[in-house]
Design a protein around this ligand. Structure first.
Ligand code: GLU
Length: 294
């Protein structure tokens, strides 16, 4: 089976150094195995979208020489496919409607008590918007990460009937990420360690749908000087105008990959091909760390 990887940014802001680490690592991991590298814009939650961010993200990837294969997939254009699977899960009794308020769930340590499992709510009878939850039948208590090894999952979290569709009318991340990774034939998901914990939910959805799950590899997060993770939400500095070769070299160094001694004489294509030829998954650090420019 040939390797298909992906980079799946949400257009909630510009790419920052941490997102570039994920983009470069997923790209090199795919290319080092002669695989395809796909890009998917996760714009399912239109309210969190920042105007123009998707276009800027794609332009930044191109600026850094990260050319994707096939066409970019936009989640906002896949609603019919998501809806048909959700309808099928409800029809099979694998998912159910729920009207519980977040406040009530938060009072129970934030873990849902599966209250609506047997209430048989329907949008027709309730007359107000309902969420949809998975009836958890395949709790995942541990899973294997290609970099971090076996991961234990909190029992209560594993058994929770988590949300597939939100009351505000939005398809939940866990649902669409699984539907799309399967649809695009992704064989390995390489992404930031901030998404390590939700992986067990995604794996349980694969079982529920009777699909083969991809492998997962979670990368160290880039932290800023005060130890906080760089994120679009905390307005990490955009790399849209950062110096290309220098920033790519900083990414390779962050990932603990070898660099040619004369890397400053390389252009982006040469540095990426070097990165591809010398790519060592096992060298990637397991811990998140503060990054500093080379
Ligand atoms: N869209 C998510 C983000 O930008 C990544 C989802 C994933 O890689 O599974 O953080």
């Amino acid at each position: 089976m040939s390797y298909i990887g992906r980079f799946a940014p949400s257009p909630t802001g510009d790419l920052h150094f941490g997102s570039l680490v994920t983009a470069v690592a997923s790209y090199l991991q795919a290319k080092a195995q002669n695989g395809d590298w796909l890009v998917r814009i996760e714009d399912i939650d239109r309210r969190r979208e920042v105007n123009g961010a998707a276009t800027r993200i794609l332009a930044t990837l191109e600026r850094f020489g990260l050319q994707w294969d096939n066409q970019v997939l936009y989640q906002s254009q896949c609603i019919a496919r998501y809806q048909s699977i959700l309808t099928q899960l409800i029809a099979n009794g694998q998912a159910y409607y729920c009207d519980c308020r977040r406040q009530r769930i938060q009072q129970q340590n934030g873990i849902y008590d599966n209250l609506c499992r047997h209430r048989q709510l329907t949008p027709q009878t309730s007359g107000y918007p309902l969420a949809i939850r998975l009836r958890q039948s395949y709790p995942i208590y541990r899973f294997f990460d290609q970099l971090l090894g076996w991961q234990q999952v909190d029992q209560a979290l594993a058994k929770e009937d988590f949300t597939l569709f939100r009351r505000d009318g939005c398809y939940a991340y866990h649902l669409v990420v699984v539907l799309d990774d399967h649809f695009q034939g992704i064989t390995e998901v390489v992404r930031g360690a901030d998404l390590l914990i939700p992986t067990s939910r995604q794996l349980s959805l694969y079982q529920q749908l009777n699909w083969t799950a991809p492998n997962y590899l979670h990368l160290p997060l880039a932290l800023n000087n005060d130890g906080r993770k760089l994120s679009k939400q905390n307005r990490a500095q955009s790399i849209a105008h950062a110096p290309v070769v220098n920033t790519l070299a900083t990414v390779l160094q962050f990932l603990n990959q070898p660099l040619p001694s004369d890397w400053q004489d390389y252009n982006k294509e040469q540095l990426l091909s070097w990165g591809q030829a010398h790519w060592q998954t096992t060298a990637i650090p397991r811990q998140s760390k503060v990054y500093s420019s080379i």
